[in-house]
Design a protein around this ligand. Structure first.
Ligand code: ADP
Ligand code: MG
Ligand code: ZN
Length: 623
């Protein structure tokens, strides 16, 4: 609950009241009971000549006074401004009615003093209102609260009444992330049951994935299902110009949360405040850094028995400060990836539920047309198709509308290079299947978990997930050679597919080259170059710190040539080996690539069987 409000507002109102009174006195000061009428100076002279003027006060060029009898409007008081005497004489000779306008009466003087501060206060009010986003009288603190609540957290407390309920049913195609969050919700609903065996709630969960994959949607589903208070906020809300404001907001947010635990705090777009710290050349330690430090401190600060879960989302995990990902903070990371074909069918089912579809619409076919689409892209697709059908004047949305919408959206997405054209997909499918089959054929390599041609992250067009059986500290020569063959399996498959090779193998080549260089230069694994450490590990901690990237070469030019030759020979040998394996398993390669093109992701069980290097048949399970 918000801390008690400051009492300053009434003080401010007092100032306003005072100003108002002073202004009013300035306006009507000197007037007497029967009301005051402003009259021309000539009129005043007439009254004077008629002997009707009872009393006057002169201040500057202004004359105020009262008459002995009321004027036509019933007033006895009057005010007028003096005209220079000789001009007045001339004017009255020709019976002209004349008067003047005061250039600087007490009212003007008063205003010139009062207006600037008034304006200043007004601007200040507007500015602080804009900063805190509150309206007059609305929200926490109201008008004056706007001035004094800059340091308050602006997290929104989401309750079933304030938001449209989102449930896990509304999110599809991201089953692993859903399962993970389900667990958290269960934990919060029945903390005793989980605590029974000493398990404790994870402190921070970070949803990571490309934009539009449903991270924010998942968080809203958690809010809808958890049945505990849910504070929703955005990383950008903590970023302010003024030093200390962001940190104060973080503190306030956690204070509120602590008083309502068990609860969930959700920080969307965490990267806005969680950027890696660095010393800014201008200010040294800047505002953002203070905010981040405060967040780290708060996450460490509450003990494990307080059931607060901090949920955050980002699509740029690589720029986050490493300290955020350390144990006890956001140590659980949940990947929210683009859906595969089956996932897309599920997402489409959700978004097409409310639309009127023609009988020829097939979710399966639409999913087949949309590799690489995110949930948001698919939602957009459903809407575009509806728009096209409406424009056609149709009764219902037909398949042709969907194909038309796909074309439109793909044109936009291709620019962002997230969608592969069919030829590229084929190459990527062979490439990934090449890695997988070489790994399957060589006994003892890490088992294949998953092969996919769904683009992931920047640069990677597909991926083959190999999971090490256990942590390794030592590797034998044979293992390193096997690893190189698997890395070059992608390039080998591309070579078998046609006579062209693609840029897609660049990363594999770099990794394989590192291994080959290590074998030759550091591990003494090359027979010809002998057991010599030609090069050492690049530097100790201090050496790196001092920027010692240049170190004297410890071998002759002649040896340098030999090293280059040896490294190249190792890589060529590994590539030959991979090509040999794939050639012997050409059928499996074609079948696997075909399956990958159709289904986009294959798990270990879906991979075709291959003949091992020694000629025996290996099925994926036994590899
Ligand atoms: P993110 O936060 O990951 O950028 P959002 O959660 O804001 O993505 O998704 C935007 C919209 O796209 C959602 O409101 C929803 O309509 C749709 N959407 C995205 N992902 C999914 C999904 N997995 N299932 C269903 N709808 C989705
Ligand atoms: Mg989002
Ligand atoms: Zn590769």
């Amino acid at each position: 609950m918000p801390a008690p409000r400051t009492k300053l507002p009434s003080f401010i109102w007092l100032i306003f009241l005072g100003l108002f009174l002073v202004t009013a006195l300035g306006l009507f000061g000197g007037g007497s009971g029967g009301g005051v009428t402003a009259i021309p100076y000539s009129q005043f002279q007439t009254y004077l000549e008629q002997g009707k003027v009872k009393q006057v006060t002169v201040s500057g060029d202004t004359i105020r006074g009262t008459l002995t009898e009321a004027m036509s409007d019933g007033h006895t008081g009057f005010t007028t401004v003096q005209v220079p005497p000789d001009l007045a004489a001339t004017l009255s000779k020709y019976k002209v009615e004349y008067g003047a306008v005061s250039t600087g009466g007490p009212l003007a003087t008063l205003l010139s003093w009062v207006l600037p501060p008034l304006l200043f206060v007004g601007v200040w009010m507007l500015a602080s209102r804009a900063m805190t986003g509150g309206g007059f009288g609305g929200g926490r603190g109201g008008f004056a609260g706007g001035l004094f609540s800059i340091g308050r957290s602006r997290a929104k407390l989401v309750t079933p009444e304030t938001e449209v309920q989102v449930t896990f049913e509304d999110v599809a195609g991201v089953d692993e992330a859903k399962a993970e969050l389900h667990e958290i919700v269960d934990f919060l609903k029945r903390p005793d049951e989980f605590g029974r065996l000493g398990a404790h709630i994870p402190r921070g969960i970070l949803l990571v994935g490309p934009p539009g994959t449903g991270k924010t949607l998942l968080a809203r589903a958690v809010a809808g299902e958890a049945g505990v208070p849910f504070y929703s906020t955005n990383g950008a809300e903590f970023v302010e110009m003024f030093v200390g404001v962001g940190a104060a907001r973080v503190r306030d947010l956690f204070e509120q949360a602590r008083s309502t635990a068990p609860c969930i705090i959700f920080i969307d777009e965490l990267d806005a405040l969680g950027r890696a710290r660095g010393v800014s050349p201008v200010t040294g330690q800047d505002e953002k850094e203070q905010t981040l430090n405060q967040l780290l401190a708060e996450m460490d600060g509450f003990d494990r028995s307080v059931a607060i879960v901090v949920l955050a989302a980002t699509n740029r995990p690589e720029i986050l400060d490493p300290a955020l990902l350390r144990a006890g903070r956001f140590d659980r990371q949940v990947l929210v990836d683009r859906p595969d074909k089956k996932g897309r069918v599920d997402v489409l089912r959700i978004h097409l539920a409310k639309l009127k579809l023609a009988p020829d619409v097939s979710l399966d076919d639409i999913a087949g047309l949309t590799p690489g689409f995110t949930g948001a892209d698919l939602a957009n697709l459903a809407n575009e198709a509806a728009v096209l059908a409406t424009r056609r004047g149709a009764e219902s949305i037909a398949m042709q509308d969907f194909t038309g919408a796909v074309e439109r959206i793909v044109a936009g997405l291709e620019k962002k290079s997230r969608i592969l054209i069919p030829k590229e997909r084929r190459i990527v499918a062979y490439h990934e299947m090449g890695h997988a089959l070489v790994a399957l054929a060589i006994p003892g390599t890490d088992p294949i978990q998953k092969v996919s041609i769904i683009p992931r992250g920047i640069g990677a067009l597909g991926y083959t997930l190999q999971r090490p059986v256990d942590d390794r500290f030592l590797m034998g020569r044979q293992e390193l050679e096997d690893k190189m063959a698997v890395l070059l399996g992608g390039r080998a498959a591309e070579m078998l597919l046609g006579d062209d090779v693609s840029t897609g193998a660049a990363d594999d080549l770099a990794k394989a080259t590192d291994i080959a260089r290590g074998m030759v230069l550091r591990f003494g694994m090359d027979a010809k170059l002998g057991p010599v450490a030609w090069d050492t590990e690049p530097g100790h901690f201090l050496e790196q710190q001092q920027g010692a990237y240049w170190r004297p070469r410890r071998f002759s030019d002649e040896t340098a040539h030999e090293i280059d030759r040896a490294v190249r020979a190792r890589l060529e040998g590994a590539l030959d080996r991979a090509v040999g394996i794939l050639r012997a398993n050409r059928d499996a390669l074609d079948a696997g690539a075909g399956a990958l093109l159709a289904r986009e992701t294959l798990s270990a069980e879906d991979l075709p069987a291959v003949r091992g290097e020694e000629g025996r048949t290996v099925s994926p399970e036994s590899a």
